[in-house]
Design a protein around this ligand. Structure first.
Ligand SMILES: Cc1cc2nc3c(=O)[nH]c(=O)nc-3n(C[C@H](O)[C@H](O)[C@H](O)COP(=O)(O)OP(=O)(O)OC[C@H]3O[C@@H](n4cnc5c(N)ncnc54)[C@H](O)[C@@H]3O)c2cc1C
Length: 461
């Protein structure tokens, strides 16, 4: 399998060696005046492995480091909601980097490529989805120096956890948990020896989100939501609330749609505004690894989240209908001509106009907050299978709605969650109408869930 990795780097002691891979060897270590970090996956200034690695290298070679931030207009679902969240954070990050003496270079799309020629070292962080990996490939193709990738958005780096596709949480779990402690290293914030603030660069430095979005070709019809505000500070605030007020109820109540016990960190994790290692370190400052709530949280934050990244790396069709296991596609297709009691167009679903008040509430949560509660998300996606004419159409519809409106959408978790609803990472169940052997979820079961009335009340029109 071609991972694009050339070799493993000799690394500073504060970063575990398995986080660092050389994507391109450099010919001449003395060429170039800058160390360039292209920030793509880890949108944060604190606890950012790639940034600290870049500063460490810059200090070693007495060079300044600059952080490049490309605003990619062609991302899947480049809309006002998703961009506003990202830009709120970007504006804060530019200030935070300046306080550390580091210059940020903001540009549209690939406007930074010419800068790569001035670099003695290019550092990138690690995204997992295929279109994101192509972006990193473009950097490697255009670089003239060494390119190093630093993997800081998982606890256990993907290849260190497993070198093959894992089809179930139960198979990857022991591999991840066995290495967990090794990868909870503390990451110091290193002061740069050569400041880069005075370097003159044609950076696009707007002070407000409005100024930025005026100049971007994005879909302005999907409005921002006030429920989540972009920023590392916001992520820390939510983490504090989670650890101090919610964690002790997590194991028992995380699947109760009416209980507010989850961290609601998914949008921040999605954009790299917080680090899973740091989240876990903060949790472990308060509670032990043996605590049942901590174990349940690790199961989501680390096991399931990193299973999604394993699938993104090892399954070339991940995120598409063709990426589902053969048995799941087979059974769903064998039942594709089963009579559907209700069918809806994508527009009716988008507006939350179905006969099912629970489903409409979940869709309303997505439209108004930018995410859906974990348990409701499963119900929401399963019902789309029931209400569309073909499972492939249902899969594409779920991806479309999830990614267009979810602030945490376009993430490996998005496609793991949706694929799970279509049978992946799960086992075959008793045969039923429409779903075949894929596990189904019924409204009757949902009605029995504690807190469902509260949820309904919260998200009814
Ligand atoms: C159909 C469907 C679509 C989904 N789409 C997304 C999505 O677009 N983005 C997204 O981040 N998650 C998605 N999930 C997974 C899960 O629902 C969310 O991660 C979770 O609800 C986020 O809420 P939280 O941050 O309060 O989670 P918490 O319970 O506080 O968990 C902490 C973190 O662990 C990770 N996590 C939690 N549950 C899961 C899970 N089941 N699988 C993988 N990682 C998990 C998330 O990063 C989450 O922020 C989807 C699930 C389903 C069934």
């Amino acid at each position: 399998m071609n991972t694009g990795i050339v070799s493993v780097e000799i690394v500073p002691r504060f970063i575990n060696a398995e986080r660092i891979k050389v994507l391109r060897e450099g010919q001449d270590a003395e060429r170039g005046d800058l160390i360039v970090y292209v920030m793509y996956a880890s949108h944060r200034v604190s606890h950012n492995y790639a940034l600290e690695y870049a500063i460490h290298e810059a200090n070693l070679h007495r060079r300044p480091v600059i952080v490049v931030f490309p605003l990619i207009e062609k991302k899947p679902f480049p809309n006002l909601r998703r961009f506003s969240f990202m830009l709120e954070n970007l504006i804060k990050m530019r200030r935070a980097l300046a306080e550390r003496g580091v210059r940020m270079f903001v540009c549209k799309n690939y406007g930074f490529l010419s800068l790569l020629g001035e670099a003695s070292l290019v550092v990138v962080d690690r995204p997992y989805l295929s279109h994101q990996r192509r972006f990193i490939d473009t950097i490697v193709e255009n670089a003239e120096s060494k390119v190093v990738m630093v993997e800081g958005d998982v606890v256990v780096p993907i290849e260190a956890a497993s070198q093959r596709p894992e089809h179930f949480a139960r198979t990857i779990r022991p591999k991840i948990l066995g290495k967990l402690k090794r990868f909870l290293e503390e990451l110091p914030a290193i002061p740069p020896k050569v400041p880069s603030l005075s370097i003159d660069l044609p950076s696009w430095d707007a002070d407000t989100v409005e100024e930025y979005v005026k100049g971007l070709e994005i879909d302005h019809t999907v409005r921002p939501v006030g429920y989540f505000v972009g920023g590392e500070d916001e992520a820390s605030r939510r983490l504090d609330t989670f650890v101090n007020e919610r964690l002790d109820l997590y194991a028992r109540n995380r699947s109760d749609p009416g209980a507010e016990v989850c961290s609601e960190l998914s949008p921040y994790l999605r954009w790299g505004m917080t680090s899973p290692v740091q989240i876990l370190r903060v949790v472990l400052m308060k509670r032990s690894l043996e605590d049942v709530n901590v174990q349940s949280f690790i199961n989501e934050l680390v096991v399931w989240r990193e299973l999604a990244r394993n699938a993104a790396v090892y399954n070339p069709y991940f995120g598409t209908y063709d990426g589902l296991p053969g048995w799941a596609r087979g059974t769903l297709e064998a039942h594709s001509s089963d009579r559907r009691e209700h069918t809806y167009t994508i527009q009716e679903l988008e507006r939350g106009e179905t006969h099912d008040e629970y489903w409409n509430a979940a869709q309303r949560e997505l439209l108004t907050t930018g995410k859906i509660h974990n348990y409701m998300r499963m119900y929401w996606c399963k019902k789309i299978i029931e209400w569309t004419e073909h499972p492939q159409m249902a899969f594409e519809c779920a991806v479309y709605l999830n990614d267009k409106y979810g602030l945490d959408g376009v993430d490996p978790n998005s496609y793991l969650g949706i694929s799970w609803c279509f049978g992946a990472f799960d086992k075959p169940f008793f045969e039923s109408k429409v779903y075949g052997k894929v596990r189904r979820m019924t409204q009757e079961a949902l009605r029995r869930r504690p807190g469902i009335k509260r949820y309904l009340h919260k998200y009814s029109n």
